[in-house]
Design a protein around this ligand. Structure first.
Ligand code: GTR
Length: 418
């Protein structure tokens, strides 16, 4: 157990250390910067309509992000290999039906696999929209509902971490009752199933399955850990599309922090996600890298070299040379629903940078006749802004709270028309 949570605890400590160290939090010190234009091809030619966005500019940006940032992922497997392990009606005091589904990454069942834990409103009469989110550990999934023994033997960590009837401290991050009450489901996976999050974790995860003969690690333009986690989110989507209890046209991909970066990259590539939600995704996520505020590219590259691809390393302290910035990553979600959220005390993630990422991506929604954020003025606390691209900043620290989920549920209701 300790082995699984140690990297997360270590990351939290490193985060504090880095935040206290020599980091700039002075808005007046942010230099002027020019962003690469969303609505112009690299050649300079303007992009004036949805067709040339889809056929020309979007592929160009995708290719940049693939080679320079997250790295290329393998194609979708020819066949989905999964097993529904357990079903349980009336969990959570009668509110939920649950199932545990194992998705195998290779062709055989002996290799790496992930467990997808799914909560659906009890007795739903028709297929329901679902929020899909990777989580930071199995304790987390258990914490969602510690009291109910859904085949304890195969939900790892139950016995060690969750006394019967208790709710774990991370439960507020997954507002499962609110989600169910809104008529939606929640599907979640422990990201450690895909690749444990530390330098050298790769060999315990799925990336080695795809190395070519003679290759000992991915090439400079091949996937890092974030892309691997994101690829697995798409494999979870492969399953959700098959599950007749799930409305596969209404699946929102949610992620917090490094998993917010993951959600953005997975959602950018996989247009089956109808909504993408990046909660405090920060540097390498929604925040504009060119802003010299909070975490920087070199922090990512030195502290988490396994997250991004080899080519990304060359941008440490060279953000001005990037042929991309976060608004372009966000623009890849258009015209689908995008939610970017910040927390006031989470300066490390650069809330203003996250807002500016969303605001500068918004003109792309305009090509589709849709309104994005609709303003370049950052809103005050607890005042969500925007239509198909929405943003809020709330009081408090780096976390996921009930307030955040309440906004995501309202957004989903508006996007999904229910
Ligand atoms: C931090 C990292 C951030 C963010 C965060 C997290 O240490 O610097 O980019 O991803 O971790 O995932 O909690």
């Amino acid at each position: 157990m300790l082995k699984r949570i140690a990297p997360v605890l270590l990351a939290a400590c490193l985060r504090l250390t880095a935040q206290q160290a020599d980091v700039l939090y002075d808005e007046a010190g942010v230099p002027r910067f020019t962003l690469p234009e969303a609505l112009a091809l690299r050649s300079g030619e303007r992009v004036r309509d949805a067709k040339s966005w889809n056929n020309r500019r979007r592929p160009e940006i995708l290719a940049i992000y693939e080679t320079e940032v997250f790295g290329r992922s393998p194609a979708k497997p020819a066949k989905l290999n999964y097993e529904v392990k357990a079903l349980e009606n009336g969990a959570l005091g009668g509110k939920a039906d649950r199932k545990l589904v194992t998705v195998f990454f290779g062709e055989t069942r002996g290799g790496p696999k992930m467990d997808l834990l799914i909560y659906l409103p009890a007795g739903a009469k028709k297929a329901v929209p679902v929020f899909l989110g990777l989580n930071f550990s199995a304790i987390h999934t258990v914490a969602i509902d510690a009291g109910v023994p859904l085949g304890q033997q195969w939900v790892r960590g139950v016995k060690e971490s969750a006394p019967q009837g208790s709710r774990g401290s991370t439960a507020p991050r997954w507002q499962v009752e609110k989600i169910l009450a809104a008529g939606y489901g929640l599907a979640t996976v422990d990201y450690n199933d895909i690749e444990p999050d530390f330098v050298g974790g790769m060999k315990h995860g799925i990336r080695p399955l795809f190395l070519k003969p003679g290759q000992s690690e991915p090439a400079a333009d091949e996937w890092g850990a974030i892309a691997a986690w994101g690829w697995a989110a798409s494999r979870a989507m492969d399953y959700l599309e098959k599950d007749k209890d799930v409305d596969g046209k209404r699946v929102a991909l949610f992620g917090h922090s490094r998993l917010g970066k993951t959600a953005l990259w997975a959602g950018a590539q996989d247009t089956r996600f109808s909504i993408v939600i990046a909660n405090e995704s920060g540097e390498g996520g929604a925040a504009i890298s060119r802003r010299n505020y909070g975490e920087r590219t070199k922090d990512l590259n030195t502290r988490f070299p396994h997250w991004f691809d080899g080519n990304f390393k060359k941008y440490s302290a060279r953000e001005d040379e990037m042929p991309f910035d976060s608004h372009l990553l966000l623009s890849l979600i258009a015209p689908r629903g995008l939610y970017v959220a910040s927390a006031e005390e989470d300066r490390w993630s650069d809330p203003r940078g996250e807002f500016l990422g969303a605001a500068n991506a918004s003109p792309v929604w305009g090509l589709f006749g849709k309104k994005g954020i609709g303003t370049m003025e950052m809103p005050g606390l607890h005042q969500p802004v925007g239509d198909h691209v929405r943003y809020h900043i709330r009081a408090g620290k780096h976390d996921v709270t009930a307030y955040d989920w309440e906004q995501y549920l309202k957004f989903a209701a508006a996007e999904w028309g229910r």
